[in-house]
Design a protein around this ligand. Structure first.
Ligand SMILES: [Zn+2]
Length: 379
């Protein structure tokens, strides 16, 4: 298969230069579901670009009759973030104009409870594909209203243009996968939504985080929450319905690097998901998938972040991926208190211990921390 490559203008810079998005579309012979993958929404999170490249190479070797539906791939989906620098480091996590996290800006279809109930009642006798199409039409109609203010003479901030473009690419998708990494150093895991545990297995990754608390404005949430809301509404009306619509955020290791092993795990995860979902029909030995019991599935509300109680230097920190017990020392802070503020001028060492047992899933890159700065996370 050869992908159709589309370049979409995104932003004209003050210098007159332009930034653009490039979309690689693989279309199968038969109509089917649409898969949307993007990478690098946060500017320092690079691994997903290499995953997408390997997927493109793999797909390019397949025949169109082996793909049912279409797969849209958008590497480097935030060029402004990818190119941002401070010395040799990539900040790239926040919109430089507003300070907003790039993954908290997205628009979500949020009908009132009354409107949603009226809609669900009107569809109660319809089959699932019809309900899905009618609901998509409502989401699309609501989304399209965002266009006029963007074109008005008064204009809108860049982040609103950006989200409109990015979400317009996946509004009609069935499966959305957003490839991230830690913004520091992290393990490989994924986030999933409730009632999607069965599909979660298909990624064959040892850790999955159920989103039981929403950040608000995240890309996966914005896509998925309207469908969960409709499923809930139907349940209240006594009809059990689950749409074959899913969104995932994968966290592929550490920022500002591309680790070959992590790329391989990401590629394997996405490939297996597409194969098992029937989007791709490729004769292959069935992958040994972990049972739900073998996966560590925890809720996002159980993730505990540790912030430095005093300013100083982090030392003797437990390694990423280690299991720790409650009460076990996680790290030390070496401080050099200044005499104007402290009684002692001698350096101090503070031990910081775990409040709960768990796996160290993420650690800060910088070992110099101001008071209240992030040091590590446990789940
Ligand atoms: Zn990210």
């Amino acid at each position: 298969m050869i992908p159709t490559i589309t370049t979409v203008p995104l932003l004209q810079l003050a210098s007159g230069d332009r930034l653009a998005l490039q979309i690689y579309k693989f279309a199968g012979e038969k109509l089917g579901r649409k898969v949307y993958l993007q990478a690098n929404l946060h500017g320092s999170e690079l691994t997903g670009n290499a995953v997408i490249h390997q997927l493109m190479q793999w797909l390019s070797g397949l025949e169109p009759n082996q793909l049912v539906g279409e797969i849209w791939l958008v590497p480097l989906c935030n060029p402004l973030g990818t190119n941002e620098r401070s010395h040799h480091f990539s900040p790239g996590r926040f919109d430089p104009y507003s300070g907003e996290n790039w993954n908290r800006i997205f628009w979500e279809y949020q009908p009132s409870v009354e409107d949603l109930t009226v809609f669900a009642q009107s569809q109660i006798e319809c089959d699932r594909p019809t309900v899905e199409q009618n609901y998509r039409n409502r989401i699309r109609a609501s989304f399209d209203k965002l266009a006029a203010p963007l074109k008005a003479p008064s204009g809108r901030p860049f982040s609103e243009h950006y989200r409109f473009l990015l979400q317009s690419l996946c509004l009609d998708a069935h499966y959305v996968i957003d490839l991230h990494t830690s913004s520091d150093q992290g393990l490989t895991y994924f986030y999933y939504f409730r009632n999607r545990q069965t599909s979660a297995r298909l990624f064959m990754l040892p850790i999955g985080i159920l989103l039981d608390e929403y950040a608000g404005g995240a890309f996966d949430e914005a896509f998925m929450k309207p469908w969960l809301a409709l499923e809930d509404c139907f349940a209240k009306l006594g009809r059990k319905i689950q749409f074959d619509i899913e969104a995932w955020t994968m966290e592929l290791g550490s920022a500002m690097q591309i680790d070959t092993e992590t790329v391989d795990r990401g590629v394997q995860a996405v490939k297996n998901y597409l194969l098992q979902k029937g989007v791709l029909r490729v004769p292959a030995a069935p992958a040994p998938m972990p049972s739900i019991a073998a996966m560590k599935l925890v809720s996002s509300s159980q993730m505990k972040k540790y912030y430095a109680p005093v300013g100083g230097m982090v030392q003797s920190r437990v390694a990423l991926g280690k299991t720790v017990e409650a009460g076990q020392r996680l790290y030390q802070i070496l401080s050099f208190p200044k005499s104007a503020y402290e009684t002692s001028q001698m350096p101090t060492i503070s031990d910081i211990c775990a409040e709960q047992s768990g796996i160290v899933y993420d650690v800060s890159i910088n070992h110099a921390v101001n008071q209240g700065e992030y040091v590590l996370g446990i789940l």
